[in-house]
Design a protein around this ligand. Structure first.
Ligand SMILES: Nc1ncnc2c1ncn2[C@@H]1O[C@H](COP(=O)(O)OP(=O)(O)OP(=O)(O)O)[C@@H](O)[C@H]1O
Length: 284
């Protein structure tokens, strides 16, 4: 007899586009949040910046992308939510093909993809609280968004997230009165208030000192572990990627040259990723 649990497992497996390893209970099955197939980006006819990237990310994974300057890290991250239009390939996000969506549909799907930037992208003359609430913009009609009309639930959510990030006492401060580390925590709060399943972080610690960097990386790790949000982060620091990641992706000239656990990243792999600059890297 086919039990309802088995039926449910079959239903989920049919819905997914990848093969699972054989496991006992369907609750143990990994959920693919993002699947990139043959992603290509050329800004002009001469150069291919992303050369057929294939990548799958699972729920709650913390994945870093490393590679030297110009390798295509930012382009890859920005192609995922189509901030930059890929030239070809497919982007499957929670089983929805993002490349096939029109503008309105894409706007809706993007609510589930948070983004964090090196230079924070905050509105400096607005308060911390106002900036965080901007994360709800994608859920609103344009008029409500423009008028800044937010529900009590949305305000409570923003407060809870700011509290979790140690920013509650600063909510009424203008963003231009904050330190870099505080600004980045506002950036994280604005992304989390979207209630995302995927967080894209484009060099989130590149402008921060080591102490502030640690605070930000600790928060991002905590977000992936306790909230089950998939975190994909571009990093310049190999030692930071080694310390925090479940998986590291190495990019070189738009190609994926490494994809594995930090403990499996060898000096040989590092050389493939960074070429002759390998000696300048801090490596634990
Ligand atoms: N808008 C654009 N138009 C043309 N070329 C671009 C554009 N944006 C990026 N590029 C080029 O694409 C390549 C990859 O750039 P990208 O910013 O993705 O690399 P990166 O690995 O993130 O580098 P960095 O670590 O320095 O930020 C570079 O050669 C860059 O000059």
């Amino acid at each position: 007899m086919v039990t309802s649990a088995v039926k449910e497992k079959q239903r989920i497996q049919q819905k997914q586009t990848f093969s699972y390893p054989q496991v006992e209970g369907y609750e143990d099955l990994p959920t693919t949040v993002l699947k990139l197939t043959n992603l290509v980006k050329s800004y002009d006819r001469q150069t291919t910046v992303l050369d057929g990237i294939n990548l799958e990310l699972q729920e709650g994974e913390f994945v870093s992308i490393i590679g030297k300057s110009g390798a295509g890290k930012s382009t890859l991250l920005r192609c995922i939510n189509r901030m930059i239009e890929p030239s070809s390939g497919t982007i499957l996000f929670n089983n929805t093909s993002l490349t096939k969506l029109n503008k309105r549909e894409l706007r809706k799907e993007r609510t589930k993809i948070g983004m964090i930037f090196q230079h924070y992208n905050l509105v400096s003359r607005l308060t911390v609280f106002e900036n965080v609430l901007h994360g709800r913009f994608g859920y609103k009609s344009s008029l409500k968004g423009i008028l800044g009309i937010y529900s009590e639930e949305e305000k409570l959510l923003a407060l809870q997230i700011l509290d979790k990030l140690g920013m509650k006492e600063h909510i009424y401060k203008r963003c231009d009165q904050l330190s870099g580390g505080q600004k980045q925590r506002v950036g994280i709060a604005r992304a989390l208030v979207q209630e995302p399943t995927l967080l894209l972080c484009d060099e989130p610690i590149a402008s921060l000192d080591p102490n502030a960097s640690k605070v930000i990386m600790d928060h991002l790790k905590e977000i992936s572990q306790s909230m089950g949000i998939t975190v994909l982060v571009n990093l310049h620091q190999v030692d930071v990627a080694m310390r925090y990641s479940d998986r590291i992706i190495g990019l070189s000239k738009g190609e994926k040259v490494f994809d594995g656990k930090p403990k499996n990243l060898t000096q040989h792999n590092i050389k493939d990723i960074y070429g002759s600059e390998v000696d300048e890297l801090i490596f634990e």
